[in-house]
Design a protein around this ligand. Structure first.
Ligand code: 5GP
Length: 125
């Protein structure tokens, strides 16, 4: 079920709870701007989510409201996580589902890092 990302940020969303340490996660990276952790239901051999530490509903919200420092810090963190996981050579896929048609399920911006095998075409046909 996708979320309505036109709504204001809800600090009870599951990733807000993970950020506050109220729900456990398998962290792979954390800095001032981002937290990265393994997806609970991996869809590839490597499936990590990277989320900003700030309260942003979606890619749309983040790109419109985040500061330059938040954007730079988050984008650099995504790249750093991929390097830390050793994914650069073989490659990886980034995915940021946004809104209803994007099938976004959690209303806190997250970028999926998918890797570990050839991932095939981008969308199921
Ligand atoms: P979306 O469809 O919003 O782009 O992706 C949400 C992702 O969050 C899904 O891949 C789902 O498996 C993952 N997810 C949902 N709840 C949890 C959770 O409590 N912990 C972790 N680690 N991942 C979660």
């Amino acid at each position: 079920m996708s979320v309505d990302v036109s709504l204001a940020y809800d600090d009870q969303n599951i990733f807000a709870k993970i950020l506050r340490g109220e729900i456990p996660n398998r962290t792979v990276y954390r800095d001032e701007w981002a937290l990265a952790f393994h997806d609970i239901a991996p869809q590839a051999p490597v499936h990590v989510l990277v989320i900003p530490t700030g309260a942003f509903v979606s890619w749309d919200d983040f790109s419109a409201r985040a500061s330059e420092a938040e954007i730079a810090g988050f984008v650099r963190a995504v790249g750093q996580v991929a390097r830390d996981l050793g994914l650069t050579g073989a490659g990886y896929r980034l995915l940021a589902n946004t809104g209803h048609h994007g099938h976004q399920e959690v209303a806190h911006l997250h970028v999926h890092i998918l890797a570990g095998k050839p991932l095939g075409p981008m969308l199921a046909r």
